[in-house]
Design a protein around this ligand. Structure first.
Ligand SMILES: Nc1nc2c(ncn2[C@@H]2O[C@H](COP(=O)(O)OP(=O)(O)OP(=O)(O)O)[C@@H](O)[C@H]2O)c(=O)[nH]1
Length: 287
């Protein structure tokens, strides 16, 4: 699902999340491992306020493993429990449950210390569109992607999914809007497919991607498209990619739109290689 974020939508999303927050002990914030900073919701801190939080970096299978390791160190240094996952990996799912258990246990121990009865700990998943919220819920719940409750006429979905005896997850994730203000953030989100392709022109996104690859992943760029890091002429770059990968019009001319679609498809599916669009050094410059 792709959400167009207008002020009214933002207010509604915020209200929904705030309503559900009252029901949970902590939140699981999903970020994209390829761009954790850009895929944050700019107001999450304010919305979540004093709830505990853990971070799950999704799609680690598409991200540069060295950069992901650097991000995990970054969160550790800030005392934020974090884990990086590939949703199709069972051991990764176990790690999410393990981390949630630690956070939940803390909360339940506090309740018990106050004389209350122990109960399962409860969490909700939050994140911007397309980050992998439904996939993670379904994987943790061990169920197929189709939600029976979504079909008309079927009994309303249960509110809680029992992940473990002592861990329950809210069935509906909170969808929050991404950051819009910063242009580079916009390009990063568009590159990974979070912002609708029509918002920024495809060719502009691809120019951004190619310049980034020239700077950070020159070998992968050369290997896939035969484009060197020091080649400046974008027209020539597009033509080379088009000829090498067969993105041509019927007359044999290179089709720039086809080249753009192809590069983005390659990037988003990991065919160029495992690529991260931002690393913790980008943050320290902004902090
Ligand atoms: N490679 C890879 N793809 C993933 C992973 N997790 C989710 N995806 C893919 O990412 C896309 C978006 O996943 P969803 O679970 O629909 O994301 P969402 O956050 O629920 O999206 P909205 O409903 O738009 O808010 C899907 O094509 C998933 O298959 C992962 O760990 N690795």
């Amino acid at each position: 699902m792709q959400v167009q974020w207008f002020p009214g939508h933002m207010a509604k999303a915020r209200r929904e999340v705030e309503g559900n927050l009252k029901l949970v002990d902590f939140v699981i914030e999903l970020l994209d491992a390829r761009a954790p900073l850009s895929s944050e919701n700019p107001m999450l801190h304010q919305i979540v306020q004093n709830k505990d939080k853990m971070v799950v970096l999704m799609k680690r299978d598409l991200a540069d493993p060295n950069v992901t390791a650097a991000w995990l160190t970054y969160y550790k240094e800030r005392n934020i429990p974090a884990v990086a996952v590939d949703a199709s990996n069972r051991d990764d799912m176990k790690q999410v449950v393990q981390l949630a258990k630690q956070l939940g246990k803390k909360k339940i121990d506090q309740l018990v210390a106050k004389g209350m009865k122990a109960r399962p700990h409860r969490a909700m998943i939050l994140g911007i569109p397309n980050v992998g919220k439904s996939t993670l819920i379904n994987r943790l719940a061990n169920r197929k992607a189709a939600k029976t409750g979504d079909r008309p006429g079927i009994t309303k979905q249960q509110l809680w999914i029992k992940i473990k005896k002592d861990f329950e997850l809210l069935d509906t994730p909170g969808i929050l809007w991404p950051k819009f203000e910063d242009q580079v953030v916009g390009y990063r989100l568009a590159s990974i497919g979070t912002i609708k392709d029509q918002v920024i022109s495809l060719q502009d996104i691809v120019v951004f991607v190619i310049k980034f690859l020239q700077r950070k992943y020159p070998d992968l760029l050369l290997e896939r498209y035969g484009v060197e890091a020091d080649l400046d002429d974008m027209v020539e770059i597009f033509e080379r990619i088009g000829k090498k990968r067969g993105a041509l019009e019927s007359g044999g001319e290179v089709d720039f739109d086809k080249v753009s679609e192809l590069v983005l498809r390659d990037l988003r599916s990991g065919r160029i290689g495992r690529i991260s669009l931002e690393d913790p050094d980008d943050v320290s410059m902004e902090e």
